[in-house]
Design a protein around this ligand. Structure first.
Ligand SMILES: Nc1ncnc2c1ncn2[C@@H]1O[C@H](COP(=O)(O)OP(=O)(O)OP(=O)(O)O)[C@@H](O)[C@H]1O
Length: 444
């Protein structure tokens, strides 16, 4: 089936199966265009950029032979949010059907009434609107940030763990969210937890759940975050703070895809993508025996480094501008821009708290200033001429990393060629890759 015309941005439902007359009327009444992909010939789906499309997987008349081709077709369209109709059928002997159902954000049981169908489509569409453009929330046009955005796109496509590193406030959680929103799991839950904020006595139960009576106060069975996030993504912030027993349980989730609730010795299957973040040096924690080495290797399959704000050049002003504009949309304030000294002061500041610090300084300045243009003093930043310049070491480090990355790219990640271009030995290229956490296997 192929569709092409000149209308833009229509809301469409691709119905995999046969819609009944009530279902056709409900879609028409809701302003949904309908495309039917018959179960016996699901060759391809014609989608146009600009269309907002939802897939409805109708399992009512699906035969066993049709399951595998349909699964393949849907896998080729991992961007489609899916709703299942009559997903009650047994999936034990149907791995392909299980895969389809795992992707469906909602499962309707037939006979479905018009209100239920309309509601499910509206919820799906709302969800898409909330998630759309999440990568856009990672504001920045500097080279390091363009690099991050490209890496996020590349990593989102593969279902492997990512270790996100970077100083506090650099946007690690935002990046994790973007990885989820761009992945095939985007219609399933995204569960974020700060491991450092969990009480050590409850961390096992918070993450992996507990059975009734497992400990004093456990009055009912409770699912942990891994089960709540089943099918989706679990983001473990400050993963280095996990106590030893929770590290062991996490390793099991990563290795075997199973967990045991506290107070039970029954294994529960879970299917989650694990993203972890740290602002401490996990390698050092491993050396000091505070973090399991095997777990470290399991988490550090792909690495995403969030650059500190001080090396992001023009992004500082871009972010400040955005922060002020957003604040002005919500509050009546006089400030509408920054004076030249404020701009210089922002450039010169080292931003130890990174983007979070910048947002807070701008919002505070917008409230306290009585001027139209925010001054350096309103931002609590000293006169730039009196401030130490941006640390030269940081600049040097960044330039070195960029030079290695550029050379690697230019020669298709061939280490010998890269060494020749940079006029260093191959050993030095490997050392620099390790130092700057450039993983050749992942980059290739
Ligand atoms: N590139 C960016 N564009 C816009 N906002 C950003 C960006 N990076 C971070 N922020 C904002 O800065 C704040 C801190 O970001 P986030 O919580 O993702 O940082 P983090 O690295 O996870 O911090 P921590 O290590 O302290 O948990 C949030 O309000 C986030 O929205």
């Amino acid at each position: 089936m192929d569709v092409s015309n000149n209308e833009v941005g229509r809301c469409c439902v691709v119905w995999f199966g046969q819609p009944g007359s009530m279902e056709r009327s409900t879609l028409a009444a809701g302003g949904w265009q309908l495309r039917v992909v018959a179960g016996d010939a699901p060759a391809r789906i014609g989608l146009r950029g600009g269309d907002r499309v939802i897939g409805l997987v109708d399992l009512r008349a699906l035969t066993d032979e049709q399951v595998a081709p349909l699964a393949r077709l849907l896998e080729a369209h991992s961007e489609l949010p899916l709703i299942a109709l009559d997903g009650s059928r047994a999936v034990e002997h149907h791995p392909a059907l299980e895969r389809i159902l795992a992707r469906c954000g909602e499962r309707l049981v037939s006979p479905v009434n018009p209100a239920q169908l309309a509601q499910a489509l509206a919820a799906c569409e709302r969800n898409r609107a909330d998630n759309a453009g999440d990568i856009e929330r990672l504001v920045g046009a500097s080279r390091p940030m363009l690099e991050v955005r490209a890496t996020v796109h590349r990593y989102a496509r593969v279902d492997l763990p990512v270790l996100i590193t970077g100083e506090t406030g650099t946007g690690k959680e935002l990046a994790a969210r973007a990885l989820h929103d761009l992945s095939a799991r985007r219609w399933r839950p995204f569960v974020a937890v700060n491991c450092g904020a969990l009480s050590p006595s409850l961390v096992q139960s918070e993450l992996f759940g507990h059975e009734r009576g497992a400990f004093t106060g456990a009055n009912a069975r409770r699912l942990g975050l891994f089960e709540t996030g089943n099918g989706g993504t679990v983001f473990l912030d400050e993963v280095g703070d996990l106590p030893a027993d929770a590290q062991t349980s996490l390793l099991r989730v990563l290795q075997e895809g199973t967990l045991e609730r506290v107070g039970s010795n029954q294994s529960v299957l879970v299917d989650v993508r694990v993203l972890a973040a740290t602002h401490v040096d996990l390698e050092q924690a491993v050396e000091q025996g505070r973090f399991r080495q095997d777990l470290y290797y399991r988490l550090d399959v792909l690495r995403l480094d969030m650059p500190p704000l001080r090396v992001r050049g023009d992004d500082i002003e871009l972010l400040a501008r955005r922060a002020l504009d957003e604040f002005r949309e919500l509050h009546q304030v006089r400030a509408r821009g920054f004076d030249p000294d404020a701009r210089r002061a922002m450039r010169a500041h080292a931003w130890p708290g990174n983007v979070r610090e910048l947002l807070n300084r701008v919002r505070r300045a917008a409230v306290v200033t009585e001027q139209e243009l925010i001054r350096a003093a309103d931002l609590h930043l000293a006169d730039p001429t009196l401030q130490p310049a941006i640390c030269l070491d940081d600049r040097r480090e960044h330039a070195e990393r960029q030079a290695v990355l550029d050379a690697l790219r230019a020669c298709g990640y061939n280490v010998s060629e890269c060494a020749r271009r940079l006029r260093v030995s191959r050993v030095t290229v490997y050392r620099l890759c390790r130092k700057h956490q450039l993983q050749l296997a992942a980059l290739r």
